[in-house]
Write a new protein. Structure first.
Lengths: 573, 586
């Protein structure tokens, strides 16, 4: 991945026939301008909408507001918008539904087809009456010429009101967010699995893994439908590697649901940054091998909230709105949560940065007075979230999860064969500090599981625990610096970087640094530094093995020796 | 390696398309010692029955399945109803099954290419002469496929026949059935894996096996593989299923494997150095040796052009010798002599090959190896330099012999690289970045590995812990190391960590150059680990490891393994650490 220089964002559109009477209308958004965790791989995204022209015409979803003009022109180029009979809304997240009011204006006779919940949400977006038809699982809509559409509910993938649409005539399943990825490319289909699989996995972890149970339910519901193509709302359509990609969803979701500890994260969809911030926290929790479950306060049955509270070990809440359309539901749900908490549960609160936030301090007080333990300090969000806000959320999630699993970790350490453990301890390594910078996010980590891995190109491998904050900055294409510590001089640096940093805390206060060419900090007191770029990664049960190519480097003291870390046992670093 | 289940060989019969049945003859354990089976995952021999208005059988399993196969076949069809049998690979092993089948179905027409027909007639003739085993020898009609032709079986099964000759299988033949969209791809895209799984479901499950199969069988004959791919290309996208004769069928990874084959071929084609490997084989043993040598050469980054002298024209041989920087010639000894095709090839070499070309000689024999002596003597007298000492193998090869051949191949390639100075130009001083990489330190260790009677050992310092639960570690191993082939997922090895102050003698011992196949443990005290592998008594620590996965890292593989057992011999001592000043050497 090449770091894109700062420039105006490139937006293009594309219309292509994908099956009989069916056209994909894709809005291509090439450069990232959002810092949500889900866009972390920085490969842009696409917003996909679809037109089916049987005897009657239906449009499935629209596009992001930034494509206002481009998208409407694209639609006009295909069809006279006034002749569109149905507008099918798979879910009401603004990146797909922002242009609904415009389509309604151009097609006054259109009927909006959506789940009951989505119609409810739409009412608050459109503020005008419109013809509508609420559909539920099993309902059909016949467009003629064999295009019998059937609807399949898929709640929480990733919005509460999500539904899939299946077309009998073409065998296409329209899934919107599910099976998508943030990957912008002119290729319409998933031809190149190697190119897209990282993005597919990353997107899954951000948006789907926190709802793994719902994913399994949706997979079961879609099974009876004969499908040859999954038309997703983001990225390439899935056709060539269909079975493989669906299989991966099933496998990953089953792995998620095997975790024994779960944290519920309550958020309010379409309110402030509640949705995005909650995802970042979920991401941090999942990294520490604890399951996360995202629950929308404005769309979940109170009895279900009660059930969730009875089985989770931790609860995270984004400040809900006190007034506005969702306030009533959200406040009622909050009441049920408070009524059902247990002393052993850990909790965490973050500000949603909507306009009507419940004040955060009293809310924290209500949980502490019920004797719950704070898994992380309340996250204050005073301005529009940036990359470092999301990083803070992610680290907070990991802290909470690690607190929940601390006993289990100790148990596991004790379970290993003693002799083997001692033998593993004799694998000695050098002492290194990895420093990384991506946008305005910085991180540092002490490492000793490092080794050279190749001559041509010069490359090295590093094992990074999955729940380390720095792991997120070591995706394929990312750059970092490996600082090699010097025998006899390493102690102050080691002590500094071993202290427990709070989420988001600046790791470099009081340490002398220089800036490397790749932008990451070089520690002046180190023996040598290596500028690296991640080339590939391999997964082990609890660590990622990161292979990186060395691009630059220098020894500062040719007389010095690398500091070596000798251990007696292998169950700690 | 996970020990193979003690399952007897069997045949799975199932439908894979309209009017199409597959017979998967499964061998769970390794059939023979050949490099291609070294991953020890068993294999399947896939045959297909296509019932249009006329009935065709595609491919037959070998002799060990003859009875079982005919039994299964007769459950679904009367043999007399069979019209054609389409064969892509005729050898004595498969001929045994064909002979029994022909006795049941005398009107069966054998469809094969011309080299196949030649082999078949010879086999029929020698069976008729076999006094020890008198039997009725049928005289089947042989239909010789000359180019791309159609064989219409009716009901839409218009089989498109596509001859795909290669040095290893001069009689190779593929077929495409438009009715079922199955591409019968013969040896291409195969893998040696036995299991319940019929298709390539489960993503990358068989990726390692398929690449290994390519490396062993295809990488050494890329120009013919390239031509075959071009011939198959028109059907590569319309085919829903690729059906090779070995291993699982491909449906989701079909297009991907086709592209991979093209990419792997390109990779071989761009190697700066290449070697011509000429051989003839009487009972297949010399061919097996040639394959192991070729595997070692390609591993070390030198391309191989395999030439089966029985099927190549003098022109082919002359051109190949002219194109390549080294040649290796292998021969069986028949009645005290080298067979005529080898004598012809030797003549061409002596007449045309420049003296600067590196030479190699090998062969297998039953009683005496005169052919190998002849080759060695003639080439030596002509003034050629040898890349390895001549390899003589009596009867059939074993694991240790295959390893010796592979190591000889690696030595040959490295000698060639040295001679042609392809190695990086020696730099007096390491660059700043190389010096900085040199500051990465590691523990000194010796990796000991074993498979069957093949053992290996290597000094390693690019090692590191990699996981807590299970306790795991990584070892980086150069792609051109002989030991690399003993470190596939499932393989076991021992990591011996050396002790500070006591490490020099062990390091010296294992760093000295060993000849191909030489025992690395002479003069070293060892004992057996639980997994049977050698533990060095003079080490500080041993760890019994099992390989889990591998990642491609430039010129090395990063091998991740779980540690299953281990102990420290001298608790008061320290691990020896390896300090360097440059990252350009170990």
């Amino acid at each position: 991945m090449v770091q894109a220089p700062i420039k105006t964002n490139r937006l293009t559109v594309q219309a292509e026939i994908i099956a009989k009477n069916t056209t994909a209308l894709r809005s291509l958004d090439w450069d990232r301008d959002r810092f949500d965790i889900e866009f972390g791989l920085q490969n842009g995204t696409t917003y996909n909408s679809f037109l089916i022209q049987g005897d009657q015409t239906a449009l499935i979803d629209t596009s992001h507001a930034k494509f206002h003009q481009l998208y409407l022109e694209l639609v006009r180029g295909q069809i006279d918008p006034a002749t569109i009979e149905y507008l099918i809304i798979s879910h009401t997240e603004p990146d797909h539904s922002a242009l609904v009011p415009d389509i309604l204006a151009l097609a006054p006779h259109v009927t909006v087809v959506a789940s009951k919940m989505a119609l409810q949400f739409l009412k608050d977006m459109v503020h005008k009456p419109f013809a509508q038809r609420a559909v539920k699982g099993g309902d059909q809509l016949d467009l003629g010429q064999g295009h019998i559409l059937e609807f399949i509910p898929a709640p929480n993938l990733h919005w509460p009101d999500t539904m899939f649409t299946h077309d009998q005539a073409t065998g296409i399943l329209f899934t919107c967010d599910a099976f998508g990825m943030h990957y912008c490319d002119e290729r319409l289909f998933d031809e190149d699995l190697h190119a897209i699989e990282n993005d597919y996995r990353f997107y899954y972890e951000c948006l789907m893994a926190p709802n793994a149970r719902s994913v399994v339910n949706a997979l079961n519901r879609m099974e009876p439908f004969e499908t040859n193509t999954i038309a997703t709302g983001h990225g390439p359509l899935i056709r060539i590697h269909l079975e493989e990609m669906v299989d991966r969803y099933r496998r990953w979701s089953q792995e998620q649901s095997q975790a024994t500890t779960t944290v519920a994260i309550f958020y309010t969809s379409d309110y402030g940054y509640s949705d995005r911030l909650s995802q970042a926290i979920a991401q941090g929790i999942i990294k520490a091998n604890v399951a996360a479950e995202l629950v929308d306060l404005r769309a979940t049955d109170l009895s279900e909230v009660q059930e969730i509270m009875s089985r989770v070990s931790g609860v995270v809440i984004g400040t809900p709105p006190t007034t506005g359309p969702s306030a009533q539901e959200a406040q009622a749900a909050l009441g049920v949560i408070l009524a059902n908490v247990k002393e052993k549960q850990a909790f965490g609160i973050y500000e949603a940065f909507g306009d009507e936030d419940e004040p955060i301090i009293p809310l924290v007080g209500r949980f502490t007075s019920l004797s719950l333990t704070a898994g992380f300090p309340a996250i204050r969000v005073q301005s529009q979230p940036t990359a470092s806000t999301y990083k803070l959320c992610e680290e907070s999630g990991t802290d909470l999860a690690q607190w929940l699993t601390r006993d289990k970790t100790i148990q596991q350490m004790k379970a290993t064969d003693v002799n083997l453990d001692k033998a593993m301890g004799r694998l000695a390594g050098g002492l290194y500090i990895i420093t990384a910078q991506k946008g305005d996010v910085q991180s540092a980590m002490l490492a000793s599981w490092v080794s050279q891995a190749s001559f041509t190109p010069l490359g090295l491998s590093i094992a990074v625990a999955k729940d380390r904050a720095i792991e997120a900055l070591m995706q394929v294409g990312d750059t970092f610096v490996l600082n090699i510590l010097e025998e006899g001089k390493y102690a102050p640096l080691m002590r500094h970087f071993l202290q427990r940093f709070g989420p988001g805390e600046d790791r470099f206060v009081g340490v002398e640094t220089l800036q490397a060419e790749n932008g990451s900090p070089i520690l002046k007191e180190a023996l040598a530094f290596l500028e690296c770029r991640v080339a590939s990664r391999m997964e082990t049960p609890d660590h990622w093995l990161v292979y990186s190519v060395v691009e630059e480097g220098k020894v500062s003291n040719p007389e010095g020796l690398t500091a070596v870390h000798h251990r007696k046992v292998g169950n700690h670093y | 390696m996970v020990s193979a289940p003690p399952t007897p060989r069997d045949i799975q019969v199932l439908s894979v398309g309209a009017d199409t049945l597959m017979f998967r003859s499964r061998s769970w354990t390794r059939l023979k010692f050949e490099v291609e089976y070294a991953l020890q995952r068993g294999t399947t021999s896939n045959s297909f029955l296509i019932k249009g208005d006329r009935v065709a059988l595609r491919s037959l399993p070998g002799e060990s399945f003859t009875e079982l196969f005919l039994e299964q076949l007769q459950q679904v069809i009367f043999p007399a109803e069979l019209d054609y049998v389409i064969l892509g690979h005729i050898n004595p092993n498969r001929f045994a099954t064909l002979l029994k089948l022909l006795q049941l179905a005398p009107h069966l027409i054998v469809v094969c290419s011309n080299p196949g027909a030649v082999t078949l007639r010879a086999l029929l003739e020698s069976a008729a002469k076999d006094k020890d085993n008198p039997q009725t020898i049928p005289e089947p009609e042989i239909y010789v496929v000359k180019g791309q032709e159609t064989l219409d079986l009716g009901k839409g099964h218009k089989l498109q026949l596509i001859p795909t000759p290669t040095p290893r299988w001069p009689d190779g033949i593929c077929a495409y059935d438009p009715k079922t969209a199955i591409l019968y791809s013969d040896k291409f895209f195969g893998a040696h894996v036995a299991g319940e799984q019929v298709y390539d479901d489960g993503g990358k499950l068989f990726e390692v096996d398929r690449k290994y199969y390519y490396d062993c069988l295809m990488a050494t004959q890329i120009s013919q593989v390239e031509i075959a791919l071009e011939r198959l290309a028109p059907w590569s996208t319309s085919a829903q299923i690729y059906a090779p004769v070995n291993g699982p069928l491909l449906r989701r990874g079909a297009l991907e494997i086709f592209q991979n084959y093209q990419a792997w071929n390109r990779q071989q084609a761009t190697q700066p150095l290449s070697v011509a490997l000429l051989y003839a084989s009487a009972y297949g043993n010399t061919a097996i040796l040639s394959q192991a040598i070729a595997h070692g050469i390609t591993k070390a980054g030198v391309a191989v052009e395999t030439i089966n002298c029985e099927h190549a024209t003098p022109e082919d041989i002359r051109e190949a010798i002219g194109r390549t920087q080294g040649f290796i010639i292998g021969s069986p000894t028949l009645g005290g002599h080298a067979p005529t095709p080898i004598q012809t090839a030797l003549g061409i070499i002596l007449a045309t090959a420049e003296k600067s070309k590196l030479a190699g000689v090998f062969g297998s024999y039953g009683w005496s190896g005169e052919a190998i002596d002849l080759l060695e003597e003639k080439l030596k007298n002509a003034g050629y330099t040898f890349g390895f000492a001549p390899i003589r193998v009596k009867f059939t090869p074993s694991d240790a012999i295959l390893q010796q051949c592979e190591e000889a191949g690696i030595d040959f390639a490295q000698a060639l690289k040295k001679a042609k100075k392809v190695k990086q130009i020696a730099r007096p001083l390491a660059t700043p970045v190389e010096q900085a990489v040199g500051r990465l330190v590691g523990s000194l260790s010796v990796v000991t590995a074993q498979r069957g009677d093949a053992t290996g050992a290597m000094v390693a310092s690019w090692i590191s812990q990699a996981s807590f639960n299970p306790p795991g570690l990584t070892v980086a191993v150069a792609k051109d190391r002989a030991l690399e082939s003993l470190l596939y997922p499932g393989d076991a090895f021992v990591l011996n960590l050396l002790e500070e102050g006591k490490h020099i003698p062990l390091m010296k011992h294992f760093l000295k150059p060993f000849g191909p196949g030489e025992d690395r443990f002479v003069g070293i005290e060892t004992k057996s680990a639980q997994n049977g592998l050698p533990i060095l008594k003079e080490a500080l620590v041993y760890l019994e490891c099992r390989v889990q996965s591998r990642m491609d890292c430039g010129d090395h593989w990063l091998v991740y393994c779980a540690a299953e057992a281990g102990d420290v011999f001298t608790p008061s001592a320290k691990t020896a650490v390896h300090y360097r000043t440059s990252g350009t050497h170990y």
